[in-house]
Design a protein around this ligand. Structure first.
Ligand SMILES: O=C(O)CCC(=O)C(=O)O
Length: 269
């Protein structure tokens, strides 16, 4: 059953959840929260490594990035703590059903600092000049590493907005929900869902990581082949290499010198 427009849908438990059920909820509601996607040890390791990286990361350059917010771009060049999350079998099962052929588009750590204002609501798929409506081409995932609360900047979204008629934009009076959730969960949401980072009214930062996926025939937001050194990519599991651009959209989109791009990884430099 679909949640009412004013209520956040209860999380689904990763243990025993089927890709079919999760994908069905995602397409129907525009989002789905899955609990139990990371272990406590993985959460601790990710927090510690992200804290190390954030110590050398500047705050945002504009209101969209957030003047009190730090963003860790080129995530897979800087930490190994999201390799498993990015290829979580349940997540890939859902993406197989919703996007079919896909790649990582924007992997970014986002630490919303105290006093940050709410980010403007937006749709992640609006960066692509596609006619509206169009099939789903973007699915984003948010992985909280702090408890997400309405007060500290939990991602906000407009329920049902993934089904809005072309041209409609959020207006005063449209319901906005906060994706309150705990570390270890992941919220999957469609690129057509209006959403944005929340305002942080607390004295402590809010840390989360987005792993955004896009159809493999689109240009990804970040150019991973330049952002992640080849020596790093060589050490990664094959599926993650593919998701970082060393893959083909059938029959041959993305070839290098007429051959599969993974061959670049075994060629001498
Ligand atoms: O930090 C968040 O909760 C969401 C951020 C977001 O939607 C974005 O930066 O595109």
């Amino acid at each position: 059953m679909s949640p009412g427009p004013g209520a956040l849908a209860a999380p689904v438990s990763a243990a025993g959840a089927s890709g079919e059920d999760v994908a069905g909820r995602l397409v129907r509601d525009g989002y789905v929260i899955i609990a139990g996607m990371m272990s406590d040890a993985e959460i601790r390791a990710a927090r510690a490594d992200l804290d190390r990286i954030l110590a050398a990361t500047r705050t945002g350059r504009n209101a969209f990035e957030g003047f009190s917010t730090r963003r860790v771009y080129a995530l897979f060049a800087k930490t190994r703590t999201f390799d498993r999350a990015a290829t979580h079998p349940l997540l890939l099962d859902v993406l197989d059903r919703v996007l079919r052929h896909y790649q990582l588009s924007a992997p970014v750590g986002i630490q919303i600092g105290p006093g940050e204002a709410a980010q403007i609501l937006h749709r992640d798929d609006a960066i692509y000049p596609l006619p509206q409506p169009h099939p789903t081409v973007v699915v984003n995932t948010m992985w909280p590493l702090d408890e997400f609360t309405a007060d500290n900047g939990a991602t906000r979204f407009v329920p049902g907005s993934h089904e809005w008629a072309p041209g409609r934009t959020p207006a005063a009076g449209d319901p906005v929900l906060s994706a309150t959730m705990s570390p270890g969960s992941a919220m999957l949401y469609l690129g057509s869902l209006w959403h944005g980072g929340g305002a942080n009214h607390t004295g402590r930062p809010r840390l989360g990581v987005i792993l955004e996926y896009a159809a493999a025939w689109l240009r990804p937001q970040e150019n991973h082949c330049l952002a992640v050194p080849r020596a790093v990519v060589r050490q990664l599991p094959g599926r993650l290499q593919e998701l970082l651009g060393y893959g083909i959209y059938p029959p041959f989109l993305g070839y290098v010198d007429g051959r599969h791009p993974r061959r670049v990884l075994s060629a001498p430099e």
